[in-house]
Design a protein around this ligand. Structure first.
Ligand code: SIN
Length: 522
């Protein structure tokens, strides 16, 4: 080896950091140079915001087969069983490793790991740290990365496009074009291996639990680079986002609150989920979100209620301190009164198609975490399986890089100019808002043939508007987002149109119901 293998990781959530850390631990000091690029600090990532935890079998009364079966069931027949088995079997080892690195999870009275119950799980198997589990994982991984001389971190770089070479040997990813969001400087950054770990795309919807940076940039780059996607129709809506229209952003009320006994109520305070599914309030998320959506529509209500009063103040404060403080800060006391909640876009179950080692169909390009579709989630993701996936698949991706990736002919990084930022035009701003509204209305929890067709037309217009604004010289952050969000939204919509029937989170009211349960929920 005459120079270190150059690896670029785009995104600094759990998947990106877990990969960088693992690869570094497998390679010697002069063998690898890993650059972790992101447009913000890990504290702004979806991973950091994750409340619930990591679904993993840690008690003898539970079994990996049970975890597998729950994942397959919630995934609506669309998961890849071999990927599911691998991920659930390797979960306990990942937790052990994190504990050794200093992770602190909640413990039970016997001193073992405490496990919470969430939707779709037949057992309590969610390992957590209060209601800030993602933040704990980020803390531990960040500490590892900070003191690793093989990994450099830049938190002001937005990746714009993949660099793809097309030669007689085939197409290959050669790195990424980035923009420094402080200076506007554009760079072509070359790498032997590029890893997309850019997170979700919740910002494509008006109501989302995702942070502002979840604009689907990795998926959009893959689309522009002709890298195949999978299962884009499947967008998970979390049933219980806090309804607080006067607040900026949408705050999540973790499903673990229902796991601790909270119940959903209709506006007249009768039980909402009773009789609709054998697991009632802990049914798979797509079932609960659709039931809430139906009640809100029937009753023209802006929200339903989550009654958590039976949990009691001491337990609520111990297990959900962040939720308690947030609710108190806006004048809601969840210990004494029901919490107003509504569904909000939460997780992109599909994404860039990969194998179980995170390899995409473009040589030199890997995708990990929420921007990827490894086949684990299928048509709906089992609660708290995403942090698990973000820990397991990167291990295999790192091993794959070690074994099968080699140095490519050297190409020096190139400065390619500089954008002078402009203010967003009113049309760009209104297009962003309209796109999010349109997706919520026509490509949301319940879809229909006509809505999907007209949404597609509208989305193509937003894409066109972004291109016109670009040609006209606009260079705003909002325009970059519109460009990416329009592409991702079109992919979701087109895949929804192409879906032959209903599965998991994709629900087309014009598709014939397949079962008595579906008819009851229609
Ligand atoms: C939650 O805490 O309800 C979210 C966890 C997840 O999305 O898996």
């Amino acid at each position: 080896m005459n120079r270190p293998l150059k690896v670029i990781v785009v995104g600094s959530g759990v998947a990106g950091m877990a990969f960088a850390h693992r690869l570094s631990s497998l390679m010697g000091a002069d063998e690898v140079d890993i650059r972790l690029l992101s447009k913000a600090a890990p504290e702004s990532s979806n991973s950091h915001a994750a409340q619930g935890g990591v679904a993993v079998v840690v008690h003898p009364s539970d079994s990996w087969e049970g975890h597998r079966d729950d994942t397959l069931e919630v995934g609506g027949g669309r998961c890849l069983p071999e990927v599911v088995e691998r991920v659930v079997q390797e979960g306990p080892g990942c937790i052990q490793e994190l504990l050794l690195k200093g992770a602190r999870f909640d413990t039970n009275d016997e001193g073992g790991l405490a496990t919470a119950r969430e939707g779709g799980h037949s057992a309590a198997r969610v390992v957590h740290r209060g209601d800030r589990t993602g933040a704990e994982l980020v803390r531990v991984l960040r500490a590892q990365i900070r003191c690793d001389p093989k990994i450099s971190v830049t938190e002001t770089l937005m990746a714009l496009d993949l660099l793809v070479s097309d030669t007689s040997e085939g197409r290959r990813c050669r790195g990424v074009r980035t923009m420094d969001i402080l200076t506007g400087v554009i760079m072509e950054q070359y790498a032997d291996v590029t890893v997309l770990a850019t997170g979700g795309a919740g910002q494509v919807y008006r109501h989302t639990t995702n942070p502002v940076g979840a604009t689907g940039s990795g998926v959009a780059m893959a689309i522009r680079g002709n890298v195949p996607l999978r299962d884009m129709a499947f967008v998970q809506f979390h049933p219980t986002a806090l309804f607080a229209p006067e607040q900026e952003g949408t705050f999540l009320i973790s499903e673990a609150v229902r796991g601790a006994g909270a119940m959903l109520l209709r506006p007249d305070r009768s039980r909402l989920m009773e009789g609709l599914h054998p697991m009632a309030d802990l049914a798979p998320r797509n079932v609960v979100a659709r039931a809430i959506h139906a009640v809100m529509r029937e009753e023209s209500a802006a929200h339903v209620l989550l009654d958590a009063t039976q949990i009691g103040e001491a337990r609520f404060a111990r297990e959900f301190p962040m939720i308690l403080n947030h609710c108190w800060s806006i004048g809601i006391d969840p210990v004494r009164q029901p919490i107003p909640v509504m569904p909000a876009a939460h997780y992109l179950c599909g994404g860039i198609r990969t194998d179980a080692q995170g390899r995409t169909e473009l040589d030199g390009l890997y995708a990990l975490g929420e921007c990827a579709s490894s086949g684990l989630h299928g048509a709906d993701r089992l609660a708290s399986n995403s942090l698990l996936e973000a820990l397991v698949i990167p291990r295999h991706a790192a091993a794959s890089v070690l074994i099968s990736e080699w140095q490519q002919p050297i190409q020096k990084d190139l400065g390619k100019g500089q954008y002078s930022f402009t203010a967003p035009s009113p049309l760009t701003l209104s297009s962003l808002a309209d796109l999010r509204e349109l997706m919520m209305r026509d490509v949301g929890i319940v879809r229909g043939d006509e809505g999907l067709r007209s949404a597609r037309k509208g989305l193509l217009e937003f894409k066109e508007r972004a291109e016109v604004a670009w040609s006209g010289g606009e260079r705003s952050q909002e325009l970059f987002e519109l460009r990416d969000l329009a592409l991702v939204a079109i992919a979701i919509c087109e895949q929804a149109i192409a879906e032959p029937g209903n599965a998991g989170t994709h629900w087309n009211q014009d598709a014939p119901p397949r079962s008595v349960m579906e008819t009851a929920l229609a």
